[in-house]
Design a protein around this ligand. Structure first.
Ligand code: FMN
Length: 428
């Protein structure tokens, strides 16, 4: 249970803050809500007060009937200074939605309302979730404000792409789902110390693109969802996470250091640079196995047929596995499409895939290979769910169909078990 301060500013997405307050209270967090004057034009304070069970504050000069206490906590005997007391008690402060106007004020250090004054006085982790029209978001002023906030250690929860509130408009600027906002808050809360505290975790995600010419490439259907889920769950466990993302359109979870790459060669270089200082490597990316041996300098004209000569790319996992040092844990992924012969049963196809995963485990010097059958439409590349078998030297651990977040947790549980076992062996 944490004490969460929620600042709501004036934007259409303010209605989503109500759902966030509901989810957070349902998860047993104590929530206090601060609203800007403009936010009252979009949603009512009474709804927040009913959900969180505490008064909403707007004006820094108004008296807080709860005297800065969060629901469930005793109020102090004296009448403290409202904006100082409420942040002193908070474990995290999220402004969602953060309007362009409020972001500008926060970036400049203005203190002219309860939302802004408290933000300045808050020493708990601070987060902002911008939500606005695409053009407002892309404007250089907004981008400069976000950069300034990031530089001060404030977590920016990236807005999502899609349909915007203004009719017929699409673009970047949508406030993420309340569940994602809650996960972002929980990720920055100080957790109980555990085996992942300070562990350096390197994760690859997405699919590489190998250029044919300046506009065309050979790619694959990996969306990067599995790697993102692993990154989010590893941060939630207290790890320091670096994500090497190959062509991933999804925003990185808060608290994750992200390095973007395009080709298998760039992926290899980025991972090699990070590997020596890594404790756990999770290779969820799908690097291309082949690339055009020559990439044309200009767009190939549509004239007759062409032949592409493909050469193998570097085997990144095997290369890193050969260089591993004691104390490192390496997990590879095997996305297989078992042969669909009319006479081969699903069980038989599955076991052929598992055999290949086991062979990969040995050949690549990994501690585990996560095997999944990407020929099944309900799991795999672009779906939100997955079903895998974690293949280790001395056994197999099936993970039944579940959200990619649950599967990520199951994979991290196995990493924890593998590390505990190798720690025991080292101390024998
Ligand atoms: C219908 C309507 C919708 C708006 N939606 C947004 C929005 O989604 N994001 C945003 O930054 N500003 C939006 N605005 C503009 C803000 O409400 C305005 O800049 C206001 O001054 C913000 O004040 P605050 O930052 O103190 O809450 C909207 C305005 C109107 C009239």
């Amino acid at each position: 249970m944490a004490r969460i301060l929620l600042g709501v500013s004036g934007g259409i997405a303010a209605y989503k803050a109500l759902e966030l307050a509901r989810l957070a209270t349902r998860e047993a967090h104590a929530v206090r809500v601060l609203m800007t004057e403009a936010a009252h034009r979009f949603v009512g304070a009474a709804s927040f007060e009913g959900i969180v069970g505490a008064p909403v504050l707007t004006d820094e000069f108004e008296r807080d009937p709860s005297r800065g206490a969060f629901p469930g906590d005793p109020a102090p005997e004296h009448d403290p200074i409202g904006h100082l007391e409420v942040v002193a008690n908070a474990d995290a402060y999220l402004v969602a939605p953060a309007s362009a106007n409020t972001l500008a004020k926060l970036a400049a250090g203005h203190a002219d309302s309860m939302v802004t004054t408290s933000f300045l006085a808050c020493s708990a982790p601070r987060l902002v979730a911008p939500a606005m029209n695409d053009r407002m978001y892309r404007d250089a002023a907004t981008q400069a404000n976000l950069r300034a906030l990031r530089e001060r250690g404030i977590t920016v929860i990236e807005p999502e792409q899609g349909a915007l509130a203004s009719r017929g408009e699409h673009g970047v600027g949508r406030l993420p789902d309340p569940l994602r906002l809650l996960e972002a808050i929980e990720a920055v809360l100080p957790g109980p110390s555990g085996p992942w505290d300070g562990l350096r975790v390197l994760i690859s995600a997405g699919g590489t693109r190998e250029p044919i010419d300046p506009v065309r490439f050979i790619g694959n259907r990996s969306s990067g969802r599995m790697g993102m889920a692993l990154a989010e769950r590893a941060v939630a466990r207290g790890a320091e996470v670096t994500l090497v993302a190959a062509n991933v359109a999804l925003p990185a979870p808060p608290g994750v250091r992200r390095v973007d790459v395009e080709t298998a060669a760039e992926l290899a270089t980025a991972l090699e640079a990070e590997f020596a200082s890594t404790d756990v490597l999770l290779m969820a990316a799908a690097p291309a196995d082949f690339r055009p041996s020559v990439s044309a300098d200009s767009k190939i004209a549509r004239e007759g047929s062409i032949e592409l000569d493909l050469e193998p790319t570097e085997d990144i996992l095997a290369g890193l596995g050969a260089r591993r040092r004691e104390g490192q844990t390496i997990v590879g992924f095997a996305a297989e499409t078992p042969e669909h012969n009319a006479d081969s049963s699903a069980a038989r196809r599955g076991s052929a895939g598992l055999e290949r995963a086991r062979e990969k485990l040995e050949r690549k010097g990994a501690d585990a290979i996560v095997f999944n059958d990407v020929s099944r439409p309900e799991i795999g590349f672009e779906s939100a769910e997955n079903e895998v078998v974690i293949v280790e030297a001395d056994g197999e651990h099936p993970v039944p169909l579940a959200s990619k977040h649950s599967v990520a947790d199951a994979i991290l549980d196995r990493v924890e078990a593998l590390r505990a076992r190798s720690g025991e062996r080292a101390s024998e």
